[in-house]
Write a protein that binds this ligand. Structure first.
Ligand SMILES: NC(=O)c1ccc[n+]([C@@H]2O[C@H](COP(=O)([O-])OP(=O)(O)OC[C@H]3O[C@@H](n4cnc5c(N)ncnc54)[C@H](O)[C@@H]3O)[C@@H](O)[C@H]2O)c1
Length: 362
């Protein structure tokens, strides 16, 4: 099997899908590994390290796309890469197809076997390849929010932790899953007042037990959301309905009631976003203002910390990549149900129900 690792081209992306250590493992299992020159530099891995791990370094991305059976990436292919995808190729990466109708059409036309990191399932129904990036995005969301709350960055000038004698900032987190729980952890650690809302009472119970009253947990319903968001200095959107387009949980009317200079970080933007006034932004221009509120919605937040994110991502993908190399794609998918749940497109068809529904194919 030939594995291809093209350099990521999304704006500000710094991650790479393969470390020299994972490269060594793939080569030892019999794969040929093609890595684009300088693909790992932004994550702190040099071409020399890849060469020492047995990779062949290639200059042009198109040579990699043309030669590889399995393309290993981080982010979904962008329009500039659509033409490079080869008929029948296997693609293992984050795809987020519910928010990508154009990419879906290309994958179907070219009969790409599209295995999405984000829908690969653990034995307990969890999403092991989404988890590390969600943890990172959740943790980052608070430091990003704190930055944009600063007066010089257009914010309301609220210090999340406050000081004795002043009211700390109010952080409202909608969604208490992987990203939400890690946002809660950082916000509480900074001394903010924290409210977290979810539909799943088990998630709320776990946070209540962990923080023993330091964090307010609330059922997610329109009344609670309206009341809490109107008082928020920093609102974090962290909901997910697996593979589906994110539900809108905060209306434009509620956003308009927030104090001027407050900040929204919508982590769920990769699935379309969960705040009515949100639209995707990029690392080049990460924020815009609506109703006097600063909106941040970068779909690849983990790229801000390329080294940690690459290590976190590849430690999660390694067992699956090794399985694909060792058994071959067909057998690996036949024998591992959780990996097979990652398949979103195959032979010109969408094979994941929630994706098909979100895009109107079902
Ligand atoms: N922007 C980025 O860079 C980035 C990085 C990583 C992950 N993400 C995205 O962040 C989102 C969240 O991922 P996660 O791993 O935390 O998901 P998760 O499944 O761990 O948690 C999602 C939570 O949302 C809750 N939820 C669903 N509907 C809700 C509602 N109406 N109100 C309140 N809660 C609701 C669920 O009960 C669950 O607890 C996903 O879209 C994921 O792809 C984005």
């Amino acid at each position: 099997m030939t594995i291809g690792v093209p350099k990521e081209i999304k704006i500000g992306e710094t991650r790479v899908s393969l470390t020299p250590s994972l490269c060594r493992r793939c080569v030892s299992l019999g794969a040929k590994v093609l890595v684009q020159k300088s693909a790992g530099l932004t994550a702190g891995f040099t071409d020399t390290e890849y060469a020492a791990a047995g990779a062949t370094l290639v200059g042009a991305a198109k040579k990699i796309w043309a030669a590889a059976d399995l393309i290993l990436k981080v982010k979904e292919p962008l329009p500039a890469e659509y033409g490079q995808l080869r008929d029948g190729q296997t693609l293992f990466t984050y795809l987020h197809l519910a928010a990508g109708p154009d990419l879906t059409k290309v994958l179907l036309q070219k009969k790409i076997l599209g295995i999405s990191y984000e829908t690969v399932e653990g034995a307990d129904g969890s999403f092991p390849l989404l988890k590390p990036m969600s943890q990172i995005a959740g943790r980052l969301s608070i430091q990003i929010g704190a930055y944009f709350l600063q007066s010089q960055h257009g914010g309301s000038g609220v210090l999340l932790g406050g000081i004795p004698g002043t009211m700390p900032g109010h952080v409202v987190v909608v969604g208490a899953g992987n990203s939400g729980a890690h946002a809660v952890q950082m916000a509480a650690g900074m001394g903010a007042r924290v409210t977290v809302l979810d539909l799943d009472t088990r998630k709320l119970e776990a946070l209540d037990t962990e923080y023993r009253g330091r964090v307010v947990t609330l059922m997610s319903n329109p009344a609670n959301i309206e009341a809490e968001v109107a008082d928020a200095d920093l609102l974090i959107g962290a909901v997910l309905i697996p593979a589906a387009k994110a539900p809108i949980v905060v209306s434009a009317k509620t956003v308009a009631r927030m104090r001027p200079g407050s900040v929204i970080v919508d982590i769920a933007i990769d699935q379309g976003g969960c705040i009515e006034t949100i639209r995707p932004t990029s690392h080049e221009k990460p924020v815009y203002e609506r109703h006097g509120v600063i909106h941040y919605a970068v779909p690849n937040m983990p790229a801000l910390v390329g080294r940690t994110s690459t290590l976190g991502l590849t430690q999660a993908t390694e067992p699956y990549v090794a399985m694909l190399v060792k058994k071959g794609v067909e057998r690996a998918l036949a024998e591992h149900q959780g990996l097979a749940r990652g398949v979103n497109t195959e032979n010109g068809k969408i094979t994941y129900g929630a994706v098909a529904k979100a895009l109107g194919y079902a």
